[in-house]
Design a protein around this ligand. Structure first.
Ligand SMILES: Nc1ncnc2c1ncn2[C@@H]1O[C@H](COP(=O)(O)OP(=O)(O)OP(=O)(O)O)[C@@H](O)[C@H]1O
Ligand SMILES: [Mg+2]
Length: 226
């Protein structure tokens, strides 16, 4: 589980008042669960996701990843945990244009120290493409793919190291509603086999309704939406 307790974060600038973006955020991300984070622009959703993704340190509170308190760990240890346990997807797919879909998905494996025993890189890439339903486009370059297909390839790239947690910051932000729905349904399908938890930031209440749970970030705190 990913557990945040009383997490706070402010940004200070020398010439202005500090902004308290998060002030006491607590959240439990259980296994095999897809969670939505909603909230108005500037409410701190991306900041929260960066903290959960060990990209940014909170000012206060605690963050536990599968029973390990990750606040005191070194940058190297955080980078390693990120590679092994966490996957990231953003609004833009950010694929390398000169590589095929399969080659893009392989990138995170190139600097991985270990691949699971008995599996080749090629098999892992094939499985990740399969898991998001885009195997039939494996050889295509990004410019030969639709926006939705590019995002599925980005999702496969995020999954190829089999993370326990997938963090997605507005992954449907650039897509039409039907394609956005396809991405969200895919994200929900990923929560089982192997168990994966998904945390997705979105502005879209209809898409958020497809997830298992929803929280709204208001005045620096999360509240569960019913
Ligand atoms: N590195 C930073 N330095 C200073 N201020 C920052 C920094 N990062 C974020 N902020 C501020 O923190 C607040 C929250 O930003 P954040 O990007 O987390 O919001 P958001 O909810 O993701 O918004 P959006 O929906 O527009 O993406 C904003 O007021 C932003 O200006
Ligand atoms: Mg944001």
């Amino acid at each position: 589980m990913l557990v945040l307790k009383d997490v706070s974060k402010s940004f200070r600038r020398p010439d202005a008042e500090p902004i308290d973006v998060l002030s006491g955020v607590s959240l439990v991300v259980p296994p095999s669960t897809a969670i939505g984070i909603l909230g108005r622009s500037g409410s701190g959703k991306s900041t929260l996701l960066s903290i959960m993704g060990l990209l940014e340190a909170p000012d206060g509170g605690s963050l536990e990843l599968d029973g390990v308190d990750v606040r005191p760990i070194s940058d190297n240890a955080a980078a390693r945990l990120r590679g092994e346990r966490l996957g990231f997807v953003f609004q833009r797919a950010l694929l390398l244009p000169s590589l095929s879909a399969a080659e893009n998905v392989e990138i995170p494996l190139l600097h991985a120290q270990h691949v699971p025993i008995g599996r080749t890189r090629r098999q892992l890439v094939g499985e990740a493409l399969e898991r998001v339903g885009i195997s039939h486009r494996a050889k295509h370059r990004p410019n030969q793919l639709s926006g939705g297909e590019q995002q599925l390839v980005a999702l496969a790239r995020a999954l190829v190291r089999q993370p326990t947690y997938l963090l997605a910051d507005e992954p449907t932000g650039n897509l039409d509603p039907a394609t956005g729905e396809r991405i969200v349904r895919t994200l929900v399908s990923l929560t089982s086999d192997p168990p994966t938890s998904v945390v997705m930031v979105t502005h879209d209440h209809q898409l958020a309704a497809l997830l298992h749970k929803r929280y709204e970030l208001v005045d620096g705190r999360l509240r569960e939406m019913t």
